[in-house]
Design a protein around this ligand. Sequence first.
Ligand SMILES: Nc1ncnc2c1ncn2[C@@H]1O[C@H](COP(=O)(O)OP(=O)(O)OP(=O)(O)O)[C@@H](O)[C@H]1O
Ligand SMILES: [Mg+2]
Length: 251
Amino acid sequence: MTNSLIELQSVSRSYHGVAALEGLTFRVEPGEFVAVVGPSGCGKTTLLNLLSGCDIPTSGRIERRGSVRMVYQHDGLFPWLTAGQNIDLALRKLVSAQDRKSQRQALLNLIGLEGFADHYPHQLSGGMRQRVELARALAGETDLLLMDEPFSALDYLTRLRMRDELARLLHERPRTVVLVTHDIEEAAQLADRVIVMSGRPGRIICEHSLSLARPRELTDPEVTHAVQTILSELGLGMQRSENDRTDEETK
Ligand SMILES: Nc1ncnc2c1ncn2[C@@H]1O[C@H](COP(=O)(O)OP(=O)(O)OP(=O)(O)O)[C@@H](O)[C@H]1O
Ligand SMILES: [Mg+2]
């Protein structure tokens, strides 16, 4: 038995005989941040459902240790509760009301929303709502966070800010994370390891490890190099450099 939080062995999932995922084998170690990138429809959400235990593979084996929490693309906040009350839900295991209050305040400070405890989700921007969602995810003692394109509904600049925010929050409160995304820059900036998937049916094309300590800048050479490498692995980098060459040749 290894120390891995998750271990997949030749996992496949089909729907009505049509393969969505095929032959996935990988592990997630405690404290690791693993990103899974792949095109739309390659089975990223299906994979997270398998990892969370909401779904079971058609074939293969999945072993999981510890508790799991999902963070969704569209914020999962309860609209009839304030930001503070939404965070309280994740703190309900704390027996003392005083402890709950101080934890809630610490989390609101952490996400820079000290004055917004009494605001309802519709009174917050999309980025603020996603910050509350992250605070809620980090509030409990969950071992493993599963994130399904948590920032893809946000505009580009907010997305960049939220990436920094997530990296900073994880620095303060380390967790094991599996993030699925189609955003290669996001994956390379945030993750220790990027698993690259093919189009449907999703198979692992390759894995790419980054050694630079987190949090990282998008412009760090290891991050930009990883983005280029992953694009080439997806057959996109080559195409781009060929186009660049053609442009230069025609100048
Ligand atoms: N419950 C289901 N019943 C039938 N087919 C499904 C079901 N869930 C997913 N699929 C199919 O499995 C494939 C993978 O879907 P999935 O939602 O996992 O992709 P994805 O990578 O998350 O896509 P996106 O990037 O658009 O979110 C798709 O072709 C989809 O049609
Ligand atoms: Mg999806």
